[in-house]
Design a protein around this ligand. Structure first.
Ligand SMILES: [Zn+2]
Length: 151
């Protein structure tokens, strides 16, 4: 699509105001804005309280290209040294299907999710059961089992 500046809505004032991005719902699908949802976890301003919290923030990091957060929230044992994000993927939504443990008082947890994306070959989805553990008290992603139905 070619965007012609000023072609649409010419003469109207821009509706984008400073801070606008903070009011857009978080990519992880919550009804809270990014700045009150995954934003502070990605920025390292607050830890993820639950495994599901961390899962959401990792999805949002994929969606917004925050590679550093993905590396920081990945177990050093299983994190790929050459982790690269695929810039051609557009992440369209996250659905948490279920979770086991992963609460504020648990040492480990499992989060099952479906993440939808559009890539060079069209739309696809990733179904995964992710395992989470703790390093120095912080939740980290350990590994995941990709489920049937993933494309
Ligand atoms: Zn979020």
């Amino acid at each position: 699509m070619t965007v012609v500046p000023g072609a649409a809505g010419a003469g109207r004032r821009s509706t984008v105001r400073p801070g606008h991005a903070r009011r857009v719902n978080c990519p992880c699908g919550s009804i809270r804005p990014l700045g009150e949802c995954c934003g502070p976890v990605i920025a390292g301003e607050r830890p993820a309280l639950t495994a599901t919290d961390l899962m959401r923030s990792r999805y949002t990091a994929y969606a917004t290209g925050e590679r550093d957060h993905l590396v920081r929230s990945w177990s050093p044992v299983t994190c790929p040294v050459d982790l690269k994000l695929d810039p051609s993927l557009r992440w369209m939504g996250l659905e948490i299907v279920g979770s086991e443990r992963g609460g504020a008082l648990d040492a480990d947890g499992v989060v099952e999710f479906v993440a939808r994306f559009v890539g060079a070959d069209g739309p696809g989805e990733l179904r995964e059961r992710s395992r989470f553990g703790r390093v120095d008290g912080r939740w980290v992603y350990l590994d995941g089992e990709v489920g049937p139905g993933s494309v």
